[in-house]
Design a protein around this ligand. Structure first.
Ligand SMILES: [Zn+2]
Ligand SMILES: [Zn+2]
Length: 126
């Protein structure tokens, strides 16, 4: 799996932002992907790798949105299932309002521009 990149451009204020989805081919295992995780999340995932049996792991850049601000974010997300019944998935917070981010599943047009707040984003694929 290669990283997919795209840009959003606002038709109102012309602000542009780049996004990435997925992970690099070199990160073919959680052992390698763990480098991308931040602070506490990286410590927790390393501990799972050391002490538990990992069943499935999903990781890579993902598209999230703030349900309050309607803006898009691009964390390197991880979800690990281990020991048959356990699941680890960190929460991501909106830096503006501290709401918990949700996965963005709607078309880009439904989200707001970070600069002007208008829902006039268009998506340009590279
Ligand atoms: Zn704008
Ligand atoms: Zn927010």
């Amino acid at each position: 799996m290669a990283i997919e990149t795209f840009q959003t451009r606002c038709k109102n204020c012309h602000a542009a932002e780049n996004f990435k989805i997925g992970h690099d081919d070199s990160e073919d295992s959680l052992d390698k992907a763990v480098e991308h995780l931040q602070g506490k999340t990286q410590i927790q995932v390393r501990s799972i790798l050391r002490k538990h049996k990992v069943d499935t792991a999903e990781y890579g850049f993902a598209l999230y949105h703030c349900p309050k601000c309607q803006t898009l974010y691009n964390p390197y997300a991880v979800r690990v299932e281990y020991d048959d019944i356990m699941m680890f998935q960190p929460f991501y917070k909106c830096p503006q309002c501290d709401s918990t981010l949700h996965k963005a599943t709607s078309p880009i047009e439904n989200y707001a521009c970070k600069q002007c707040g208008e829902k006039q984003l268009s998506r340009i694929d590279f």
